[in-house]
Design a protein around this ligand. Structure first.
Ligand code: NAD
Length: 504
């Protein structure tokens, strides 16, 4: 008999996990419960179309219980009143639990939303642990202020937790997007009600159990899975929620602002979609690296990344050569079994999303773009959701595939003649998340990075990323910043305390 391959081993681990059964109940006040009305929904794996768990379908009644639990925890100070150093200890233990549960969390992530197991293991789980650890280590190093008022008064400016935070997150990086909210919100002393996406609820529930095991008091982190228009809406409209940390589509981000307006004017931080421009000038001398990065960053996570460089702007004089390179590199990302550690691109999140991506591909063809790689669904016999890495040449910035976020493995290439035109096209978007410039001309690099309307601009790279730097967009890509110390501010109130000093 042959020794099991790495792929066999991961399939074996997946079967063991599924064989034990996945607990899809919600988590409130440290306990697992069915939804109040007992309803559930099927969690379907995009790897093969099979149901892998039945998950509680939270409604307004469940949200009421979760918010009440979070409020009670906040009010009695079981977490909010602990010293930063004490919170740090628990959160460091939480990070260690995440690391220890690496294989299980990675499997849940891959089975639930389709990303390659290699990415879950090397990026998503360690990134989640690092994020929690980073905020744990940061929180006892942040000082308050004494304002320079002088005279017979003393003004202290201190940070306080805002209270009950709603974290509403998407399905493309379920663990990481959750950690980007939990890290700063919990470190600052808030209580949280987390609503994971209905398309990827499993890892969030396990994560919350690990937090409890690490010593986070019951009620400080509650998780209510369910649908956006049900649990999500009830949470964002709730009168006893003080802030919403939202990551998701621009469409839902608009609703978040409406919900706040219709309820208690809670703070809303929106981290939304993108259609990021990656601009390659002819003077850049390492086109191999530029092309490899353009393709690698685009097809990472199946193109389901908010900051994917999905509009590639290339200078006319090198365009034919560059597009040939892209077309040659794209098949290297052909989708494969996500449980095979050799797979670079996995499955799209579900059948509905595959239909959306295929519709965009058809619209590109109908509007006159030229497909030079991919363009079709593949591996259909598996029952899973796989689309070939797709590259369109001859895209005009007015086409749907240039204007709308596809959120799948589709790269739109637009040609430009000079710097002014490149800048005009790059900024001609309702989004403003990331952008990149490839040039050896220092003046041009600085001119472009100043003029590009984006939250992050990359120069001669696209992959740099770290918990120490803020992440977020401008225009309709949102208004918040995740990561870095700036994210702590989102979950803190600034309290001013005036004191009168009487003369002796
Ligand atoms: P989505 O807006 O459909 O859903 C996001 C979350 O909002 C989910 O939990 C969903 O259940 C909930 N929701 C949906 N409708 C709701 C409603 N009416 N009321 C309340 N809650 C509701 O987005 P998605 O498809 O899950 O995620 C993909 C989007 O997320 C993309 O646009 C992507 O660019 C964006 N994203 C942005 C960032 C960032 O940092 N800027 C990071 C990751 C993903």
């Amino acid at each position: 008999m042959n020794a099991p391959t790495p792929r066999d081993l991961w399939h074996g681990r997946a079967n063991d996990l599924l064989g034990r059964g996945i607990d899809g109940r919600l988590l409130i006040d440290g306990q697992r419960y069915h939804a109040v009305d007992g309803r559930c929904f099927d969690c379907v794996s995009p790897l093969d179309g099979k149901v892998i768990a039945r998950v509680a379908r939270g409604q307004a009644a469940d949200i009421d219980l979760a918010v009440a639990s979070a409020r009670a925890a906040f009010a009695d100070g079981r977490w909010s009143a602990r010293s930063p150093g004490a919170r740090k200890k628990v959160l460091l233990a939480f990070a260690e639990r995440i690391r220890a549960a690496r294989d299980e969390l990675a499997l849940l992530e891959t089975l639930d939303m389709g990303k390659p197991i290699s990415a879950s293991l090397s990026a998503d789980v360690p990134g989640t642990a690092r994020c929690i650890q980073w905020y744990a280590e940061a929180v006892d190093k942040v000082y308050g202020e004494i304002a320079p008022t002088g005279g017979d008064s003393l003004a202290l400016v201190s940070r306080e937790p805002v209270g009950v935070v709603a974290a509403i997150v998407p399905w493309n990086y379920p663990l990481l997007m959750t950690a980007w909210k939990l890290g700063p919100a919990l470190a600052a002393g808030n209580s949280v009600v987390l609503k994971p996406s209905e398309r990827s609820p499993l890892s969030a529930l396990r994560l919350a159990e690990l937090a409890l095991e690490a010593g986070l008091p019951p009620g400080v982190l509650n998780v209510v899975p369910g649908f956006g228009g049900e649990a999500g809406e009830a949470l964002a409209l709730h009168m006893d929620v003080d802030a919403v940390g939202f990551t998701g589509s621009t469409r839902t981000g608009r609703l978040m602002l409406e919900y706040a307006g219709r309820s208690n004017l809670k703070r809303v931080y929106n981290e939304l979609g993108g259609k990021s421009a990656n601009v390659v000038f002819a003077d850049f001398d390492d086109l191999d690296r530029a092309a490899a990065t353009a393709v690698g960053s685009m097809f990472y996570n199946q193109g389901e990344s908010c900051n994917a460089p999905s509009r590639l702007l290339v200078q006319e004089s090198i365009a034919d050569d560059f597009i040939e390179r892209l077309a040659a590199l794209a098949p290297g990302y052909a989708p494969g079994d996500p449980l095979d550690p050799g797979t670079r691109m996995g499955a799209l999140v579900d059948e509905r999303h595959t239909a959306v991506v295929m519709d965009y591909i058809r619209s590109g063809l109908q509007q006159g773009a030229r497909c030079v790689a991919g363009g079709e669904q593949v591996l259909q016999a598996s029952g899973g959701q796989f689309v070939a890495p797709t590259v369109f040449d001859a895209v005009d910035n007015s086409m749907r595939i240039a204007r709308e976020e596809i959120f799948g493995p589709v790269l739109s290439v637009i040609r430009f003649s000079n710097e002014q035109q490149a800048l005009q096209i790059a900024n001609d978007s309702s989004y403003g998340l990331h952008a990149a410039v490839w040039t050896r001309n220092l003046d041009r690099a600085v001119r472009m990075s100043r003029a590009l309307r984006a939250g992050t601009v990359h120069i001669n790279e696209y992959d740099e990323d770290d918990i120490t730097v803020p992440f977020g967009g401008v225009k309709q890509s949102g208004n918040g910043r995740d990561k870095s110390l700036h994210a702590l501010d989102k979950y803190c109130e600034l309290k001013t305390t005036w004191m009168r000093i009487d003369p002796a």
